[in-house]
Design a binder for this molecule. Structure first.
Ligand code: AMP
Ligand code: ZN
Ligand code: FE
Ligand code: FE
Length: 278
């Protein structure tokens, strides 16, 4: 028994608004057994989380949320227990982060063409040292006063395929799975219901291809999935012999998702761990 593991969280090391220490503290307060530290395209927040979790009994899972793309749409792959010193993976993560900066510049130009006086410098300030993500840009757009809130910025401009959307340099979902597993990690497809135009969800054929490349699990339990989606992705995972995980995708104030609102049971975490190729 216990509070389970929230395997999907963000901090100020990507586009979350809370520090790694504050996430650890909140997880302990909620009685969670474990916390996945899964910032976009980086593992840099882990060390601070680790220091904060010392002596708390909270188990941390070192991870990242790897940004892959398929046919112009985002596909996110969670990697757990990866070796942060594995060169093939860290080189690719570094390239992903660098190209986010160029892409942000192009998105800012798109907004300016659309009549919104966005300043690239402000986006840089909001991101700080984190890899620049669309939520940072959305926040800067809201500051211009042209749009009411960040949700509206996504709905009108920034969602995948929207008028200000620019795809990132990205590897495909299969390659992402291969890179994560080669780095001694375990790959799990994040929120499969949130992909593609109008969030139609990821094609089961693609999930099967990812399974062929070593995918270990599917994050069926995600706060943005409906009960029906959770069931469908659970069935898909079971059919492919994959694990079913849950995570809140907590982003602090940047998203309504509450920490601990979706979790993974300890025995599933133990089974997932056995997928690590040493
Ligand atoms: P990026 O990594 O720059 O492509 O941005 C991805 C992040 O933007 C996701 O993790 C979400 O936090 C946010 N995001 C993407 N699409 C939407 C959307 N339609 N509505 C709200 N937030 C979104
Ligand atoms: Zn995010
Ligand atoms: Fe994601
Ligand atoms: Fe996420």
């Amino acid at each position: 028994m216990g509070g389970g593991y929230d395997l999907h969280t963000h901090s100020t090391f990507s586009d979350g608004t809370t520090s790694p220490e504050s996430n650890v503290e909140a997880a302990v307060a909620l009685g969670l057994e474990g916390l996945g530290v899964t910032d976009h395209d980086t593992t840099d927040g882990f060390e601070r989380a680790r220091l904060a979790a010392d002596d708390t009994g909270l188990e941390l899972v070192l991870g990242t949320e790897f940004s892959a793309e398929h046919e112009g749409f985002s596909v996110h792959v969670l990697g757990f227990w990866i070796d942060p010193g594995h060169a093939a993976l860290t080189d690719e993560l570094e390239r992903l982060r660098d190209e986010r900066t160029d892409r942000a510049r192009r998105i800012v130009e798109r907004f300016r063409e659309l009549g919104i006086p966005l300043e690239f410098e402000r986006v840089l300030q909001l991101a700080g040292t984190a890899p620049i993500g669309r939520p940072h840009i959305a926040e800067a757009v809201v500051e211009t006063g042209a749009v009411g809130d960040t949700k509206e910025v996504f709905d009108r401009y920034l969602a995948d395929g929207g008028p200000a959307y620019v795809p990132k340099h990205a590897v495909g979902p299969r390659r992402a799975v291969e890179l994560l597993t080669a780095a001694c990690g375990v790959a799990v497809l994040a929120h499969p219901g949130l992909y593609g135009r109008d969030d139609r969800g990821v094609d089961p054929g693609l999930v099967e291809e990812m399974a062929g490349a070593g995918l270990a699990g599917i994050e069926a339990d995600h706060p943005d999935h409906t009960a029906e989606q959770r069931r469908a992705y659970r069935d898909l995972a079971v059919g492919l012999g994959l694990e079913v995980t849950g995570g809140s995708d907590y982003h602090g104030e940047a998203k309504p998702n509450r920490l601990g609102s979706a979790t993974t049971d300890r025995e599933v975490v133990e089974r997932l761990r056995s997928w690590v190729r040493t």
